[in-house]
Design a protein around this ligand. Structure first.
Ligand SMILES: [Zn+2]
Length: 366
């Protein structure tokens, strides 16, 4: 596979990044032979472990040791469940990441949920909620609320002053991972079978929006209002926010059939918050990139599972006061992502002021 054309990275040796972090998506490991996916693309199940190993070796060699890694979900493939290898395969990938002394923020993908239900996942090392931010009076309240609400797996943390990372749960509303008697399971069934009035007005049983597939999921109203609280805090404290999830939310950064069910609700929410810099996702193994009209970068990481032996797929992101520098490897293109300029932010804030009054009565369907 040809190397993607990379943007020339800024090599200003004088300026050190505030911090760096690693990103990797869709390892989907299984001890299984290569085979074509339902999309007629080759998947390299054993090679993916070697790619993960190489990514870790590269991160260890970085001049600036990554402060953490975003593992964007689908760490092991759903086929492990039928092979009765779920627990063993999870042990294999977890063992691999022990080779680097850097915390991993794990995100849950559909393949993880094909192997394990949510209650089980909470008890495994794939639950990195313990890395959530602590010790901040105002935000502790927001964090505490989310811990009470164990129905979604989302949290935030600040890796450096004035920067905040947020892990969001794009399978909060999903047919995977919850018992069929759970209200969110039933809500998901309604969404998929066209009985919901909450998604895409006009969608009917015979004309469902293309993102309404079982392998995608959505965000609950509770999670969106929790996120709104976190982002409001960040707006008010001049923080820059980097979000990470499994399922993408922008139609120009991924196939529409791979988007979150209620991606528009998430986009509407993010567009209200000047603090938001970017949204990392995986899930669409082809990857994608888009800077939206509100200056938010949508980065869909290429999937390791569909990366041949000659081309890995991971990145190291260096965070500066005015930009992110994404150093892609293999199939992932390198990019410089400048933050919104002060003048753009002012314009955005003025425009949003009117809209924000509506948030007194937030309406976040689904
Ligand atoms: Zn996925």
């Amino acid at each position: 596979m040809a190397e993607p054309k990379h943007e020339e990275l800024d090599c200003d040796e004088e300026q050190k990044p505030h911090f760096t972090f690693g990103v990797i998506a869709d390892v989907q490991y299984a001890d299984s032979p290569d085979r074509l996916s339902g999309w007629k693309v080759m998947r390299y199940y054993r090679q993916s472990l070697l790619h993960l190993r190489e990514a870790i070796a590269e991160w260890k060699k970085e001049d600036f040791q990554p402060k953490f890694v975003f593992q964007l979900g689908d760490f092991i493939d759903g086929c492990n469940f039928h092979l009765c290898e779920s627990i063993h395969s999870l042990q294999v990938v977890l063992k691999e990441i022990e080779n680097i002394d850097v915390p991993f923020h794990h995100i849950w993908g559909n393949h993880d949920l094909l192997n394990f239900n949510r209650d089980y996942l909470k008890e495994t090392a794939l639950n990195s909620w313990s890395l959530a931010d602590r010790g901040h009076e105002e935000l502790d309240l927001v964090t505490a609320k989310s811990s009470d609400c164990t129905d979604y797996y989302a949290y935030h943390f600040s890796p450096f002053p004035n920067f905040r990372c947020v892990v969001v749960d794009s399978f909060d509303i999903s047919v995977h991972g919850r018992h069929s008697t759970h209200p969110k399971y039933q809500e998901s069934e309604n969404v998929l079978h066209g009985n919901s009035h909450n998604i895409e007005p006009g969608g009917s049983k015979h004309n469902l929006p293309s993102q309404l597939k079982e392998f995608n999921g959505g965000f609950s109203k509770e999670q969106l209002s929790w996120l709104h609280e976190v982002l409001t805090f960040s707006d008010g404290h001049n923080e820059r926010v980097l979000l990470a999830s499994h399922v993408p939310i922008h139609p120009k950064a991924a196939l529409k059939s791979c988007l979150a069910w209620n991606y528009k609700d998430m986009l509407d929410l993010l567009h209200l918050h000047p603090s938001v810099v970017c949204y990392f996702a995986g899930h669409d193994h082809n990857g994608g990139f888009h800077k939206d009209n509100y200056g938010i970068y949508h980065i869909t990481m290429e999937g390791v599972i569909e990366s041949p032996p000659t081309a890995n797929a991971f990145a190291t992101v260096s965070v500066y006061s005015d930009r992110l520098v994404l150093h892609g490897r293999g199939r992932v293109k390198s990019r410089i992502l400048h933050y919104k300029k002060e003048s753009e932010l002012k314009k955005l804030t003025d425009k949003l002021q009117g809209i924000c009054s509506l948030l007194t009565h937030p309406h976040t369907p689904l």
